[in-house]
Design a protein around this ligand. Structure first.
Ligand SMILES: [Cu+2]
Length: 121
């Protein structure tokens, strides 16, 4: 096998491995927002942006809703349930008092199809 063919084979193999990770809850597909004192999370087009992310319990969360509709930032199984009004921003205090480390469903109580995944650590 020539060098070029070998390099191509490696690229194809890596590409195939990447496509195998289709589980949206897998770490590789989630965004690490743990840097800094505040994690910034957007809401747009009836979805969380990013849809899957990790924050620290000691961080505040700055929410910005670009939709005209109201949404909630609700972490299932915890006491975290914040309404974010349409076209508005809201800052949440660090979640340490309301949740334990783990991976949770992030849902909007108003829109059943609006779901994400949040990992707290
Ligand atoms: Cu919503």
């Amino acid at each position: 096998m020539g060098k070029v063919a070998f390099a191509l084979a490696v690229v194809l193999a890596l590409g195939a491995a990447g496509c195998g990770a289709s589980d949206p809850s897998a770490d590789g597909d989630c965004v690490d927002l743990t840097a800094g004192p505040t994690a910034r999370v957007g809401i747009a087009d009836f979805g969380y942006a990013p849809p899957c992310f990790t924050v620290r319990l000691a961080q505040g969360i700055a929410l910005t809703n670009d939709d005209a509709a109201d949404h909630t930032f609700t972490i299932r199984g915890t006491g975290v349930d914040a309404v974010v009004e349409g076209s508005a921003s809201r800052n949440l205090d660090p979640l340490g008092a309301e949740a334990d480390p783990g991976t949770y469903d992030l849902i909007c109580r108003y829109h059943p199809g609006m779901v994400g995944t949040i990992t707290l650590r």
